[in-house]
Design a protein around this ligand. Structure first.
Ligand code: F0G
Length: 356
């Protein structure tokens, strides 16, 4: 009985799956829920803060939870190839699980920046990578059409089995904390994940009375269709994972925020990068998009939309969706070149302790 058997083995009974499903797993899930007392203190204190570090999944992002399920269903019904549009993480995950099942994976990425660690992953796992002269939204529209006309399975989060798998993160948080948290903060791009969390928390609450969180969904200011109330033609943000102008599950994201008595807000790229540094200062290095959720919490507290008194004694979970290693360039850009020294003790002493 492996302590980390994968989300299908652990929670499969709670997922709505057809009987033909054949598990294809990399033992994803069971990610750490890390207490962040120092960051909580910096944000004003008086509440408990945790990071659910989804970057600890096999391909470095939360996508693996949904992908194991989507690929297991597709493989089980005899599909031989899968396709997705992606800002990078879905691509790497689809590539890995398709490889695991011996299936062909085609990933369509947008023009512009896909973080190096994601592209490298997709290539390493053997996917066919195609970059289109268009946005993520264009790519998604193309893969939907292709999958309607050809025998190639769509594994974007329009695929309902992706959502089934991603619900398991909500189950895990309830199992880790004993109940649902009071607030859940997470980044929102194509809006599959916020939809899955809300489904998962509701289902667990119905089964086990674990309670429901209020959900704070956070978009990047340059890619904030759900905040603006209309699609964004040319989305921009340093958080390339969520550079999306027409979220496929936008309606459901708005419903999740409303039904949970939460909200969807936007934060600037500066706020995102600042939160990325603050998390790293506590030892948790995440990719920029992953810092958006907690950047949103910081903004709400700063602007008084959320009062510290409302959080007193409460538990807040920030979802950090992807690992910092996915996007090393963001750090490298602002990094001074390392100091060079002769390989001598005296030189090192001088440098570290100052000349006598
Ligand atoms: N965080 C990261 C690191 C992501 O890669 C994504 C989405 C999100 C958050 C947002 O999740 O789309 O369910 O609202 N990445 C997709 C991709 C779009 O192609 O990898 P969402």
């Amino acid at each position: 009985n492996s302590p980390r058997p994968g989300v299908l083995a652990r929670y499969g009974a709670l997922l709505d799956l057809p009987p033909h499903t054949i598990p294809v797993t990399l033992q994803e899930g069971d990610t750490p829920l890390i207490p962040m007392p120092r960051l909580a203190e910096e944000l004003g204190g008086g509440f408990e803060l945790f990071v659910k570090f989804e970057g600890m999944n096999p391909t470095g992002s939360f996508k693996d939870r949904g992908m194991t399920v989507a690929i297991s269903e597709a493989f089980g019904r005899g599909a031989r190839s899968v396709i997705c549009a992606s800002t990078g993480n879905t691509a790497a995950s689809a590539a890995a699980y398709a490889a695991r099942a011996g299936m062909r994976a085609v990933v369509i990425i947008p023009e512009g920046k896909v973080a190096a660690g994601k592209l490298a992953g997709a290539v390493a796992y053997g996917a066919e990578v195609i970059q289109i002269e268009g946005s993520f939204d264009d790519a998604l529209s193309l893969v939907v059409q292709i999958s309607q006309h050809h025998p190639i399975a769509l594994v974007n989060s329009l695929n309902p089995y992706r959502l089934e798998g991603q619900k398991t993160a909500a189950f895990e948080i309830c199992d880790q904390l004993g109940t649902a948290p009071d607030w859940l903060c997470l980044p929102v791009g194509n809006a599959g994940n916020i939809t899955s969390y809300w489904m998962g928390f509701r289902q667990y609450h119905t089964l086990k009375g674990t309670g429901l969180p209020r959900i704070l969904g956070v978009q990047a200011a340059g890619s904030a269709p759900l905040v603006l109330g209309h699609p964004v033609e040319h989305p921009e943000t340093v958080a390339t994972a969520i550079r999306i102008g027409k979220p496929a599950r936008g309606e459901q994201a708005l419903e999740a925020a409303e039904q949970s008595q939460g909200r969807i807000i936007a934060v600037t790229d500066e706020e995102i990068l600042h939160m990325q540094r603050r998390l790293a200062a506590s030892g948790v290095w995440v990719e920029p998009a992953s810092a958006a959720g907690l950047a949103g919490l910081a903004r709400q507290l700063r602007e008084g939309q959320l009062e510290l008194s409302e959080l007193r004694g409460k538990r807040v979970v920030g979802i950090c969706t992807g690992h910092g290693l996915k996007d090393p360039e963001i750090i490298a850009h602002s990094m001074p070149a390392p100091r060079r020294l002769p390989a001598r003790l005296a030189a090192l002493e001088d440098a570290l302790l100052g000349a006598a």
